[in-house]
Design a protein around this ligand. Structure first.
Ligand code: GLU
Length: 440
């Protein structure tokens, strides 16, 4: 995404790694080895890039730039989503793949990190064009992915349907090229629809995982009455919606949500399901408001994304894209705590300001780890050919999220560092230790 600060997202990821390396270095006697490993972690193992040629409905061929960054696989196959967005850049996927390495280490699932992207505005494509683009991407990557190599998944603007097209194109590619099939090819992609090897619970898993963290966070903050705890959510896609749904069901007051065009604020709390229904009908949230006393579904006022971020609420949840809390607005944030459901929403400069202001922050690699953790369960189910109920999936997800939060909190208290640094200390250490064990 376009940057407000001076650093591109990958430089930010490097800055965060350098910060945590300073905190960890005393734990390693062989400082040369430690520094060598940190140096290696600053750059992805490989970035695959190319141009996809897609026949459009009018018969003309259009080219789309595509990337896959494989950051590190010391702890297991590369793992991470694919985003379709006009703002995708190589530096962005490099950063996102780095964050995936830490994210998988946070809940201790046996994966490394990767991320892919295509520069495209999917809203401008017909369904048939979207399918051709998705299949072209799967074929472009086919030699670099696989259940034991790299396992892609959905991310911004990519859906279970898109994963279905990709896994189908991948299987056909293997057959056409007479590649040996070493494991169920379905285990090459996660976030698939239920009818094609998907896991129960995967669709809502990122939002639900964030909700498990919310429940633990409010206890630590000493906030007791759920009906008085206000939450503002920037972004109302899959992650923002499911988080809002679970928070609302549990009795919290979701007072604001937004999409890329703007948001709505309802002091008494809004109904996420009705709000989603209205957004689907009208196309954008800001059209879901009352005009001249005539109300449709939401009785509140319109706010900009900027205003939403600066609302005086208990919990602020960025659930859209990177770089929304920056040097420009960090000092104006009035929330008590930030739960990052988007990847990379806060710049390192803003992190420092928030820490100094005493705003508690639960970082992306912990708060939104429910998605990839449930992807892991999907992969396990595909590999064993035995499928679990939604209750079983959730009963496995909840303790992993809660344990990761408890570890972060303990580290944060013991070392007096920010939530991000506390999370990174555990995650980066796990990756570094495995690399040293491997003799890298
Ligand atoms: N795109 C999601 C994330 O950033 C999910 C990744 C996955 O399931 O592999 O965490």
């Amino acid at each position: 995404m376009k940057l407000k600060g001076t650093m591109d997202p990958h430089q930010q990821a490097i800055a965060q790694l350098e910060q945590v390396a300073c905190l960890l270095k005393d734990q390693y006697q062989d400082s040369k080895k430690f520094q060598a490993v940190i140096k290696q972690l600053k750059t992805p193992d490989r970035v695959i890039k190319g141009e996809l040629k897609v026949t459009m409905d009018d018969g003309l061929i259009q080219k789309f730039k595509a990337f896959r960054s494989q950051h590190n696989n010391a702890r297991g196959p590369y793992k991470g989503g694919i985003r379709f967005h006009p703002g995708v850049t190589e530096e962005e996927v490099m950063a996102l793949s780095t964050w995936m390495t830490w994210k998988c280490a946070v809940t201790n699932i046996p994966y490394g990190g990767s991320k892919g992207g295509i520069i495209v505005d999917p809203k401008k494509l017909s369904e048939a064009e979207l399918q051709r683009l998705s299949r072209a991407y799967a074929e472009f990557l086919a030699d670099h992915i696989g259940p034991w190599v790299d396992v892609p998944a959905p991310d911004v603007n990519t859906t279970p349907q898109i994963m279905a097209w990709m896994v189908d194109a991948y299987e056909k590619y293997l057959k056409t090229n007479h590649q040996p099939i070493q494991a169920n090819p379905l285990a090459t992609f996660t976030g698939k629809p239920l009818g094609l090897g998907g896991s129960a619970g995967r669709e809502e898993a990122t939002g639900l995982g964030g909700f498990f963290i919310l429940e633990k966070l409010v206890k630590k903050l000493g906030l007791n009455r759920k009906q008085d705890i206000t939450i503002a959510i920037q972004g109302f896609g899959n992650v923002g919606y499911w988080f809002a749904h679970h928070a609302d069901q549990a009795g919290y007051k979701v007072v604001a949500v937004s999409d890329s065009k703007g948001g709505v604020y309802v002091e008494s709390g809004l109904d996420p399901a009705e709000t989603l229904h209205c957004k689907q009908k009208k196309g954008q949230l800001k059209d879901c408001l009352c005009a001249d006393g005539k109300c449709n579904l939401i009785n509140g006022r319109m706010i900009t994304n900027k205003e939403l971020l600066e609302l005086e609420v208990d919990i602020l949840v960025p659930a859209a894209l990177e770089n929304v809390i920056t040097l420009d607005n960090a000092a104006k944030i009035r929330a008590k705590a930030i739960l990052e459901l988007a990847n990379g929403p806060t710049t390192p400069e803003a992190d420092q300001i928030l820490f100094d202001k005493g705003v508690t922050l639960v970082p992306d690699v912990l708060a939104n780890a429910g998605g990839v953790t449930t992807s892991y369960f999907e992969w396990v189910q595909n590999l064993q050919g035995y499928y679990w109920t939604k209750e079983e999936v959730i009963s496995k997800l909840q303790p992993l999220m809660e344990d990761a939060f408890a570890q972060m909190w303990q580290m944060k208290e013991n070392k007096q560092v920010s939530g991000r640094m506390a999370t990174y200390m555990t995650a980066v250490k796990r990756v570094v230790d495995t690399m040293i064990l491997r003799g890298i």
